[in-house]
Design a protein around this ligand. Sequence first.
Ligand SMILES: [Zn+2]
Length: 294
Amino acid sequence: MDLVKIAGPAHYLPGRVNIGVLIGEGQAAFIDTGLDEGAARKAVQALEQAHLRLAAVINTHAHADHCGGNAFVRKRTGAPIYAPPVEAALIQHTEFEPFFLFGAAPFKAIDSKWFHATPTPVAHILDARITLCGVELEVIPAAGHSMNQVAILTPEVAFLADALMAPDILERYPIQYCYDVLAHRATLERLAGFRRDWYVGAHFPPTQDLTPLFDANRANHDRTAAAVLEALQSAASTEEVVRTVAESLGVPPMDPAAYLLNAAAVKAHLSAHVREGRIAFEIQDQRPIWRRLP
Ligand SMILES: [Zn+2]
C-alpha cells in the first residue's frame, strides 16, 4: 500500500476503502481504518516504512468498512480513536449494526464482517475543530448516509467519507444504502458550498472537480426516490416495494446481506416520502401497507 500525497499534510492510502492520512510533526493520523485486519495491517506497515508514529485515528462513521481495521490498529499502535457522537456508540458496540439492519438478533447469514466489526473503545468525541499532528482540522456534519457521519477538512483537502460515491459504484449498486434521505440531500447541498483544492472519498480517488460526482449522486437518489413512488401505483407492502424497485433499477440477484442493505435504503426513501406528504403508512389486515396520497 503506497502512501500518496494529496496536498499539504493530507495524504491517503488507496484501497477498496481509501484511508485518509494526515501527517505533521513526524506523526500521522488515520481517517478511517478499512474493513478488516488485512487492510489495517497494510496501512500500519505503510506508516512504519515512512517512519511515522500513528498518533490518532478518526472514524467518520461506524460502518464496518470504515472502522473494521480499528482493533488491529489499536493493538499494534495504541492510537486513540476519535469519532462523532452516536457513531462513537456504534463503534464501541458494533453488534448494533446487524441489529438495526435486521431489527432483531441476527443469524450467521447476516452477521458477517461487512456488518459487524470488532468493537473498539472511542477515546474522544469529535468537536467541530480539532488539531492533530499539528494539523488544524474542521469537522463538518455529513449525516444521511449514516446517522451522524462527518467529513474532515484540512485547509486544502476535504475527506468526504461516504457522502458521495463514484459513478461506477452507483451503477454497480443502483440502490445506495442510506439512513435518512432528507438529511443526505441536505448534506449534498451543504457540501456543494465547501471549497477546497482537493476532494477525496472513501470510494473515489482525489479530484479537483466534484460536479460530476454531485450530478451522479443526485441523479441516483432522484431515480431511486421516483422508483419507490412508481412502485406504489397501488398500495403495497414493504417487501413488494423492495422487489419492484430492485427490478425496475436492475439490481443484480441479492443474497441475504445485500437484501437487508437494499431494503433499508428503500425504507429510507419510503420514510422520506411519508415525511414529505406523498405517501402514508398503514396497517391493513395485520400487514404494513404503503399508499400514495392524492
Ligand atoms: Zn458507509
